[in-house]
Design a protein around this ligand. Structure first.
Ligand code: GDP
Length: 298
C-alpha cells in the first residue's frame, strides 16, 4: 500500500486530494459541484459514473452535513464505484495434471510482454513452474523482449521463426507445458488491430489450439491507463472477439487517469485484476479496491 501510494503520488493521488479540498469548502455551492464533476471527468471516471457519484455525494452530504464527514463519505462512495466485492483472483492453475493457460491480449505498446514477464516472476517466486509462449510472431523485437524476460526470471520461452503462425507457437508452448508438468503457461499474443475479423480469426484459432491440450483459465486484456477513451474503444473490440476474464491496467504510475478503472470495468463487465506501476520486474500489483481508493485520497 505504501508503494502504491508512492507510485500514485503526484499523479492520480491528485484526484482524491482535489476532491477533498473541494468538499471541505464551507459552502458546497453549484460552482463547487461543477468543479467536483470536472475533477472526476478529467481523471477519466466517465460521464455516467461521475453523475452517479456526484448525486450520491450531494444527497449524503446534505443529509449528513458536517464537513469533517466529507472524507469518510467520499471514501465510501469512491469504493462503491470501484467495486469492492468483485472477484479479482488470478486463475493460473489447471486441472487433472494439466497446466492452466493464461492468454494475454491487447494492442501493441499496451505493456503485454512486460506484464507477461512480471506475472511469470510472481509465479516463479511462488514456486510454480511456468512456460512462456511468444505468440506475437509478427514482431521480432517482441519475441526477443520476451526471451530476455525468460532469461531474467528463469523460465522457458517457446518461440518460432518470425512470421510463424501464432497458433502454432501457442500450441507448442502449451505442449511443452503439458510435457514438462508445468503449472502455468502464459501466452503473449500479437496486438495488431488490423480489423476485427482478422483479430477474431487469429485469437480464436490460438484459443482453440490451446484448449485441445489444456484449459484457458484466464484471458487478460492489457490496457494502457494513459490512453483514455481510445483505450476503451480498443478494449471493447478485444472483448468482442475473445472472452476477457480480467483486465491489467498498465502505466498507472505515469497517469493522472486512475478513474479509467471505473470506466473499463463498467464497459466490459470484467474486474481489473492487476495494475502496472512501472517498467521494473516488481512493478505489478494485484488490484485492491480499498488500497486504490486510499492511495487516491492520499
Ligand atoms: P506490448 O507491445 O503490449 O507487448 O508492450 P510492452 O510490454 O513492450 O511495453 C511497451 C512499453 O511500455 C515498454 O517500454 C514498457 O517498459 C512500458 N511499460 C509496460 N508496463 C508499464 C507500466 O506499468 N508502467 C510504465 N511506466 N511503463 C510500462
Amino acid at each position: 500500500l505504501v508503494r502504491l501510494r508512492q507510485r500514485l503520488a503526484g499523479s492520480q493521488g491528485g484526484l482524491g486530494r482535489g476532491l477533498l479540498a473541494l468538499l471541505s469548502r464551507d459552502r458546497l455551492d453549484e460552482d463547487t459541484w461543477e468543479s467536483i464533476e470536472d475533477t472526476l471527468l478529467t481523471a477519466d471516471v466517465g460521464v455516467a459514473p461521475t453523475q452517479e457519484l456526484v448525486e450520491k455525494l450531494r444527497t449524503r452530504l446534505r443529509v449528513e452535513g458536517a464537513p469533517e464527514d466529507a472524507r469518510g463519505v467520499l471514501r465510501e462512495e469512491l469504493l462503491n464505484l470501484v467495486g469492492p466485492d468483485m472477484d479479482r483472483a488470478l486463475r493460473v492453475s489447471g486441472a487433472d495434471g494439466r497446466p492452466g493457460v493464461v492468454l494475454v491480449v491487447g494492442v501493441n505498446g499496451a505493456g503485454k510482454t512486460t506484464t507477461v514477464g512480471k506475472i511469470s516472476r510472481i509465479l516463479v517466486a511462488d514456486d510454480r513452474k511456468v512456460v512462456l509462449g511468444a505468440a506475437d510472431t509478427f514482431r521480432a523485437a517482441a519475441v526477443e523482449q520476451l526471451a530476455t524476460w525468460g532469461e531474467r526470471v528463469g523460465v522457458d520461452v517457446v518461440r518460432g521463426p518470425e512470421g510463424t503462425d501464432p497458433a502454432s507457437v501457442a500450441f507448442e508452448a502449451v505442449k511443452e507445458g503439458v510435457d514438462t508438468g508445468a503449472d502455468t503457461v502464459i501466452v503473449d499474443t500479437a496486438g495488431r488491430l488490423q480489423n476485427k475479423a482478422g483479430l477474431m480469426d487469429e485469437l480464436g484459432k490460438v484459443k482453440r489450439v490451446i484448449e485441445k491440450q489444456a484449459p484457458v483459465t484466464e484471458v487478460l486484456l492489457v490496457l494502457d491507463a494513459t490512453t483514455g477513451q481510445n483505450g476503451l474503444i480498443q478494449a471493447r473490440v478485444f472483448s468482442e472477439v475473445v472472452d476477457v476474464t480480467g483486465i491489467v491496467l498498465t502505466k498507472l504510475d505515469g497517469s493522472a487517469k486512475g478513474g479509467i478503472v471505473v470506466q473499463v470495468q463498467r464497459e466490459l463487465g470484467v474486474p481489473v485484476k492487476l495494475v502496472g506501476l512501472g517498467e521494473g520486474a516488481d512493478d505489478l500489483a494485484p488490484f485492491d479496491a480499498g488500497a486504490f481508493v486510499d492511495a487516491l485520497l492520499g
